[in-house]
Design a binder for this molecule. Structure first.
Ligand code: SF4
Length: 201
């Protein structure tokens, strides 16, 4: 069960935006994508994760965080009793895959921002997780790299608490379990996220 019921009107507007996104041509990525990736998980007012942009498998399936990175993300949530099926709304900064997984261009991020703003503005989640550098840069202007800001709480839109976290793809590339390593830090961060999650009504 989602932690809070989302009003029917909100679900309808999200669905309309999903459909709009599926045929969107506001930037050149609309021509090269297979499927746009609007969201995954469950709409709720408590916890949202914002990632970067679809990769190969996301583009094929139209779902965010599939493949190895998605499996690891699910494991991270499961380690504190959360799941995308029941607790987390997942979306990306950019809804279509940049060719060869290159970083999104500023004009692509600007063109796609309206969808993200609709998602955040409708759900007004109490906690927003910024997963990876692209998501961090979209909300924390002039921010330092993810390794400098991860694990810290920032004031987010609509009174939310916002925390940058490592992207699971980064954790897969840096597989050490040593104390102080990326995986160890992620473990600290997810426990802090759960602590705050549980403290919210
Ligand atoms: S990336 Fe965003 S703005 Fe560009 S075509 Fe896809 S949905 Fe539209």
């Amino acid at each position: 069960m989602a932690q809070q019921i989302v009003e029917k009107e909100i679900l309808e507007i999200l669905e309309k935006n999903r459909q709009k996104c599926a045929v969107c041509q506001k930037c050149s990525l609309g021509k090269s994508r297979t499927k746009s990736v609007f969201s995954g998980g469950i709409p709720n007012h408590k916890l949202m994760l914002i990632g970067e942009a679809p990769g190969y498998w996301e583009d094929q399936k139209g779902e965010p965080f599939v493949g190895k990175a998605g499996i690891l993300l699910d494991k991270i949530f499961a380690s504190v009793g959360l799941s995308r099926q029941n607790d987390v709304y997942i979306c990306n900064t950019l809804k279509c895959r940049p060719p060869d997984n290159r970083n999104p261009l500023p004009e692509e991020k600007a063109a796609c921002r309206e969808y993200l703003d609709v998602q955040v503005g409708l759900l007004k989640p109490k906690i927003i997780l910024l997963c990876g550098n692209i998501a961090v840069q979209s909300f924390l202007e002039g921010s330092r790299g993810i390794t400098r800001v991860r694990g810290q709480w920032f004031d987010g839109p609509y009174g939310s608490k916002m925390m940058p976290i490592f992207h699971p793809s980064y954790l897969l590339r840096n597989d050490t379990r040593e104390k102080g390593g990326p995986k160890w830090l992620m473990w600290q961060d997810i426990q802090e996220i759960k602590r705050v999650y549980d403290s919210l009504s």
